[in-house]
Design a binder for this molecule. Sequence first.
Ligand code: ASP
Length: 341
Amino acid sequence: MRIFLPFLLLFAVIACSEKPKKSPAVLAPGPITLVIHGGAGTIKRENMTPEKEKAYHAALNQALDSGYSVLERGGKSLEAVIAAIKVMENSPLFNAGKGAVFNSEGKNELDASIMDGSNLMAGAVAGVTTVKNPITAAYAVMTQSEHVMMIGDGAEKFAREQNLETVDPSYFFDSLRYNQWIKAKEADTDHAAHLIDPYIKDKKFGTVGAVALDQYGNIAAGTSTGGMTNKKYGRVGDAPIIGAGTYADNASCGVSATGWGEFFIRLAVAHDISSLVKYTDLSLDQAADSVVMKKVPKLGGDGGVIALDRQGNISMTFNTSGMYRGYIKKKGEGKTFIYRD
Ligand code: ASP
C-alpha cells in the first residue's frame, strides 16, 4: 500500500487539474446566424446547366433571406428555421414538400422534424401526405401536443385540427420526379438508380434543413424530406428522427442531416456530433468531420450535415461530391455553394 500511495496521489492531482470543457452555454453567444442545406449527392458540374445552377443558388438565397429576416427583426431561431425550410419545401428543386420523391406505390410520403436547443423540446411528423409544409406540422407537434412524434393519418388529423394548410396529395406531384420513380422501379435491383435526381441527372439526396442561432443565444434545427425514391410504403428515414437527422442543444450545437437515412439512423448522426462537441475537445468542424467523413462511409452510407454552435461557428461537411448549402451572418451577404470547390 505504501508503494502505491504516491501513485494514487499523483492520479488524484492529475484528475483534479484536468480542466473541465467549458460549456458553450456559458460563453457569450455569437452573432445571429443561419445555415441551410438542400441535400447532398453526386452533384457534378458536368451534369448541371448554368440555368439550373442559377436556379439552385436563387432558391437557397431566398431561403437564407427569408430565415435571416426573422432573426434580424428579433425573431426566434425556431421561426427562422421554419421560414427557411418553408421556402425550400415550396420549391420543386428540392426533395421536400412540393417536388418530393415518390415511394414504391407512387405516393409522396413526407417526413419532418424540428428541435429547440434552449430546452430540448422537439417535434416530428412522418408519412404525411396532405400537409403542405410538414415542418409546420412538426412544430405544431412540439408546441401544441404532449408528444414528440406523430405519424400518418393521426399526424394529418392533428395538422387539420391545428388549422395548418393542407392540400390534395396531387399538389406534391412533379412530372420529373414521377419519371425518376418509374426509372427507379424498372431498375429495382440497383440502389443507386433510386437516387438519380432528374433535376441534376445524377445521384442526390434532396432533403432540406436549417440551423439557426438567434439574438437570445438559442439554437434551433429542422429537417424536411420526401425520403428516398421508391422507398417502401411506410418507410421512415432519418429526417424526422430526433438524434439522427435533427438535433439541437444550446450546450453543444444544432445539426441537420441529408443522406442515406438508414445509416444516419443507425449512427444517430446528429446526436453523435452534438455529443462529441459536448463531451470532447473536438471543434464543431472536427466533430462533424469525424462522423460524416469516417463513421458514415465506414458503415457504407453517404451524405452530409450542416451544424452550428452557440458561438456562430458553422460546419457544412459532406462525403459526396456536392451539397446544396449556404449560410448568412450579415444582411444581404448570404453565401451559397453547390460543389466541393
Ligand atoms: N435522409 C433522407 C432519407 O433517408 C434522404 C435525403 O437526405 O434526401 O429519407
